[in-house]
Every structure is written in structure tokens, then in C-alpha cells.
Design a protein around this ligand. Structure first.
Ligand code: ASP
Length: 358
């Protein structure tokens, strides 16, 4: 069982929430389930010089979609994904949790989104939404007015996935190019190709073939509540990522701490290493109360307890100020650290939370 699945199963076991479709969903099995699309923008909506397409237009542009599910939609924003903010993500998570509490909740929710930062939004929603109904992130690598645009197929497959009982309890997922990835595992690994997403440590969790949707593992027996309570999140503290490379010095780390960073994620070399100069600056940051999480820049593999001698010098084992990111990439580790700080967790609890997700 994969770590996030384990963490979810653990929380769900305590709260005993069944993953079976709710009665209203089961009664509707003979009729179409409802899937709700929240459009945020991105290439799937891009029309070159013409105005971006709305979510309603994307849905209306797919013939036969209404035979798969009753599809409702709303426009949340219409921006490139580089313009998405954490405040927007907090509002998005709150909105989706509100949908889940409706008398007749949707079977699943789809968020159309630019692909550039899609993995960060997917992970944020995975941590903050919880429950049984899946949240599917999708988009397009080719804009709507280009030959071979992939948006319509991705959206159609997302509706099939969101409506599928087999998707329940799996949290947030990302669907592109007929492949389904778990939010925690996926990353954008190509700038332009249709197969731009991958999960370096795990591979796709499933596929959307013409004859059905197939997952490698069965769904969890119970649905877990969110690991992070979004209602506790009011504002986000500054959390930055520091890249390491040959001859990197201390200037950036010191400047970020002076700028008010409360957390730093290291995109370290190899198993989380830095230059000596950076390491000493990170240790100064730790001494000023900054939480440092050590990830890596390789695109795969894990960072357990960091071993960088400059950061760790004189720190008692278990002091907790430096935390290994496991196999979370820097941008995922940053999102988790940011949510942990925004929830007001203490350093020891932050370390526990981050470790529980690995
Ligand atoms: N620039 C776009 C975005 O992330 C790229 C895309 O959607 O693929 O919003």
C-alpha cells in the first residue's frame, strides 16, 4: 500500500467513513450521476487571440457528454495557471467541501486548470478536501483552436472518471492523455508533449480506455477526511524554495529569511545536499526559527533525514527543525509546509504531518 493511501486508510479507520456511494447516488445508478465542472482557465480554455472559453462552453463542445453524466459547471477564474494563488486554492477547496455537504452532492468534481502548476493545485486539494467524491484535475497541452487539441478528450474522460464508483475515496487525481495519476505522485515532466505528466516513483494509478476505466489497485474501503483542515487556514506565511547547484552561495537564503520566510524548502543535489555556504545559511535560518524541509532536484527518489553537515551541526537528533521531504518534489513539499504553517502547527507537528504523507 502506498504511503498516502496508508495515511488515508489510517485516518479513515479512526473515523469509519464508508466509501460506498451515498444512498442518493446508488438510487440514481439507473439515471445519470451528476458531475460538477469548476473551470479555472489554462490552455484548455485558450483560443489564441479570441476570448478564453468558459467552462460552460467547454462542456457544451463535447458531443455525447450528457449521456455519461449530468454535467453542471461554474466559472471560478479564467487565468493561466501561473497566476493561480494559494488564496484562490483555499477558496477552491472551501467551495468543493461546500459542494460535498449539499443535499444532493455531485458524484465527482472536475477542475479544469492550466497544466503548468496543475500538480500543485491537485496536491493542495488532495490535502484539504477529503471525503469520498473524487476531485479530478484536467487540462490540455494543445489549445482549443489547434489541430489535435486534447482538451475535449481529457474533459470527456474526466467526466467518465468522476462518475465512476471505482474513483471514490481515492482523493484528488490528475487525468491527462488517457492516464490517471494520484495527486501526491504526479508531476509535469515535459513542456509540450501530450504525455507531459508522469509519476516518477509510482507510474499512473490507472487508465481511461475506450472500454472502461482501469486502476492498478482497488479503491480504499473507507474514505478519509482531509489531512489539513482548510477552515483553520486564514493566511499563508512566506515559504520559498532554494535550489542548490555548484557554487551556490548564501545570498539567496539570507535574503529570503530577511524577507520574512517562515519556511524554506531545499531543492538539494542528490539526496538533499547543498554547498557548504548554503548549508551554513540554512543553519542560520533554522536558528532564527525558520522550518527547513529538504527535498531534491533529481526528479525521483527520497530524502529521509537530511545528512547535510553544515545544516545539522550541533543539532540534537530529533530537534525537528530540518525535515526530509521523502519523495515529495520541492513544489509539493513547499505546498505541504505552507499549509502546515498556515494551520498554526508547531514544528514537531509539522514534522509529523510531513512524514505521514511520505
Ligand atoms: N500556460 C498554460 C497554463 O498553465 C499552460 C497549460 O495550460 O498547459 O495555464
Amino acid at each position: 500500500m502506498r504511503p498516502t493511501t496508508r495515511a488515508r486508510a489510517f485516518v479513515a479507520a479512526i473515523l469509519s467513513v464508508s466509501c460506498a456511494p451515498p444512498a442518493s447516488f446508488a438510487q440514481q445508478a439507473s439515471v445519470r450521476p451528476r458531475v460538477h465542472v469548476i473551470a479555472t482557465g489554462g490552455t484548455i480554455s485558450n483560443m489564441g487571440n479570441d476570448p478564453r472559453r468558459t467552462g460552460a462552453e467547454l462542456v457544451a463542445g463535447i458531443p455525447g457528454l450528457d449521456q455519461v453524466a449530468e454535467v453542471t459547471s461554474e466559472q471560478f477564474s479564467n487565468v493561466a495557471s501561473g497566476a493561480v494563488t494559494q488564496e484562490m486554492l483555499r477558496d477552491l477547496a472551501t467551495k468543493i467541501r461546500g459542494l460535498q455537504k449539499e443535499a444532493n452532492p455531485p458524484a465527482g468534481v472536475i477542475v479544469t486548470h492550466g497544466t503548468d502548476t496543475m500538480e500543485e493545485t491537485a496536491f493542495f486539494l488532495d490535502l484539504t478536501v477529503g471525503g469520498c467524491a473524487p476531485v479530478i484535475l484536467t487540462g490540455a497541452m494543445r489549445q482549443a483552436n489547434w489541430a489535435g487539441a486534447d482538451g475535449p478528450a481529457n474533459l470527456l474522460n474526466s467526466v467518465r472518471l468522476a462518475a465512476s464508483p471505482d474513483a471514490r475515496g481515492r482523493g484528488a487525481m490528475l487525468l491527462m492523455n488517457d492516464e490517471v495519476f494520484l495527486a501526491r505522485e504526479v508531476t509535469k515532466s515535459n513542456t509540450t508533449r501530450l504525455n507531459a505528466f508522469s509519476a516518477p516513483e509510482a507510474g499512473p494509478a490507472g487508465v481511461t480506455d475506450p472500454d472502461g476505466i482501469f486502476f492498478r489497485a482497488p479503491p480504499p474501503a473507507t474514505c478519509a477526511p482531509p489531512l489539513v483542515d482548510i477552515d483553520r487556514v486564514e493566511s499563508f506565511a512566506r515559504v520559498d524554495i532554494v535550489y542548490s547547484y555548484i557554487s551556490a552561495d548564501s545570498a539567496l537564503v539570507d535574503a529570503l529569511v530577511d524577507a520574512g520566510a517562515r519556511g524554506l524548502v531545499v531543492a538539494g543535489v542528490g539526496r538533499g545536499g547543498t554547498t557548504p555556504s548554503q548549508g551554513r545559511a540554512l543553519r542560520r535560518a533554522v536558528d532564527r526559527g525558520v522550518i527547513v524541509v529538504v527535498s531534491n532536484r533529481t526528479g525521483g527518489g527520497r530524502v529521509g533525514r537530511p545528512t547535510n553537515p553544515e545544516i545539522l551541526r550541533d543539532l540534537p537528533v530529533g530537534a525537528g527543525a530540518t525535515i526530509g521531504a521523502g519523495d515529495l518534489n520541492p513544489q509539493k513539499a513547499r505546498m505541504l509546509l505552507s499549509l502546515a504553517l498556515a494551520s498554526g502547527l508547531k514544528p514537531a507537528d509539522i514534522a509529523t504531518l510531513i512524514t505521514s504523507v511520505q
